[in-house]
Design a protein around this ligand. Structure first.
Ligand code: SAH
Length: 428
């Protein structure tokens, strides 16, 4: 499953926080020595040092202190990162080989680079995108998404907290925005985490600005979308599928489209824009489907063309099969089924069932768009899984295209790659 939910509970508190109240990192850095293999990985640019790779450290330190790793052979600087005693990824690397001071200026430089990388996609036609994608942009375990004038900063570790003030100042120095909303990963919201470790930070809190509503509007490839950046999944929208939505628009003309795991209608709206004859959107989240309706209407399309089914996807699909419904384009974009090694088997079974059911709903010459965002299921394995599941169910697929991340989700190391999608035509 992806992130917590768009549920109907009252909005989280959005009172601003006094950033000066947040803890500072210790003046004294932690000096660390790591195993040879870990040194090699660091030299090759890998941004994680696992707990069991550490052979020696000067003192215990606190979360967010800077850990400086020295080469065991010559004592030269190897890397500096955030010390994270709560995570097996004990050091999250910020900088390798060239020593640098980690401060506002350091973050500002990285933000400028990140912003420049996104330049090709920023325009009046696209005002929503991922500005910072974690490690791949030099900000481990942290994401910043832009929705028009609102930025959403999502933390996956408390180790950023002592650096938050410097990071926000760096954002104000380099990026134009009105509001900054904080989101916390599921782990940071878990009861297992001592809330004292959050120093008063809360999921959905407004860190900068004066719009506490969480409702934002943005444009993607000329289409208008609304998102709820406080209660929505992840940060409110799935920018990673932008290119796949675009391809879907190109394929949609005259087709009856089924959008499974539709969320707020990213694919549905693109399909309508591409001239789909009708769209059926299926998702278990009622608030997401409410936003889908608004997204359909604000783009000038008629809800008469759209059927909305609020149900578990597997049950919804079974119902459509029983009703002998047929579609010419079926999109299946499920949440990450394989979040742990143990859930891999169930994930494979779930993908198999989804492929089989989607194919049973496709008319002759229909197109299947199937995506996976489980990073544990590698691209090749996924493509094989889809083709084999189709074959077992008696269908032959002709692959039209395979695709990966959009430009604003750069892949700087293997673990950063998670999204893959296949576009395929059913040939028999
Ligand atoms: N395609 C969407 C993103 C999908 S995110 C887009 O382009 O924006 C995954 C969606 O799956 C979420 O909306 C979540 O509510 C939904 N979901 C998760 N488990 C589900 C289930 N068992 N049945 C139906 N929907 C489910």
């Amino acid at each position: 499953m992806a992130e917590p939910t768009m549920d109907a509970t009252p909005t989280s508190e959005t009172a601003m926080i006094d950033l000066d109240q947040l803890p500072q990192r210790a003046e004294k850095n932690i000096s660390v020595r790591v195993k040879r293999a870990a040194e090699r990985a660091l030299r090759q640019g890998h941004p994680w040092v696992f707990e069991d790779s550490i052979v020696k450290q000067s003192h215990l330190g606190n979360g967010g202190d800077l850990a400086v790793i020295y080469d065991r052979a010559d004592n030269n600087f190897l890397a500096v990162g955030l010390y994270d005693p709560l995570s097996p990824i004990r050091i999250k690397v910020l900088q390798t080989l060239q020593p640098m001071r980690v401060n506002q200026g350091f973050f500002a430089d990285k933000l400028r680079v990140a912003q420049a990388k996104r330049q090709p996609l920023i325009s009046a036609e696209t005002t929503g995108f991922r500005l910072v994608y974690g490690e791949s942009d030099g900000f481990p375990a942290l994401i910043i998404d832009r929705y028009g004038n609102t930025l959403v900063l999502k933390l996956y570790t408390t180790a950023w907290i002592p650096h938050l003030r410097a990071l926000i100042l760096a954002l104000q120095e380099t990026v134009i925005f009105d509001n900054l909303v904080l989101r916390l990963s599921r782990a940071l919201q878990s009861d297992r985490l001592n809330v004292a470790k959050l120093f008063g930070l809360r999921d959905g809190q407004l860190l900068v600005g004066d719009d506490p509503s969480g409702q934002v509007e943005f444009v993607e490839n000329g289409l208008l979308f609304q998102a709820d950046v406080i209660k929505g999944h992840k940060t409110g929208f799935f920018f990673d599928q932008r290119d796949n939505r675009s391809k879907t628009r190109d394929l949609a003309k005259g087709r009856r489209v089924l959008d499974v795991f539709s969320y707020t209608g990213g694919f549905s709206v693109y399909a309508l824009a591409g001239g789909a004859r009708s769209v059926t959107a299926l998702d278990s989240s009622e608030p997401a489907l409410e936003t889908l309706k608004r997204n359909v209407e604000t783009n000038g399309f008629d809800m008469d063309q759209v059927d909305v089914i609020a149900a578990d996807a597997f049950e919804g699909l079974r119902g459509l099969i029983a009703a002998k419904r047929k579609f010419n384009l079926v999109i299946v974009d499920p949440p990450a089924f394989a979040n742990s090694r143990a859930s891999m088997r169930n994930a494979v079974l779930a993908y198999r069932r989804l492929v089989e059911m989607a194919l049973r709903l496709l008319a002759k010459d229909g197109i299947l768009v199937m995506a996976s965002c489980s990073s544990r299921i590698k691209a090749d394995m996924f493509y094989q899984l889809v083709t084999r599941s189709a074959a077992v169910a008696g269908f032959e697929l002709e692959t039209l295209e395979r695709s990966s991340h959009a430009l604003d989700h750069p892949i700087a190391f293997a673990e950063a790659e998670y999204l893959k999608a296949i576009f395929a035509k059913v040939s028999s």
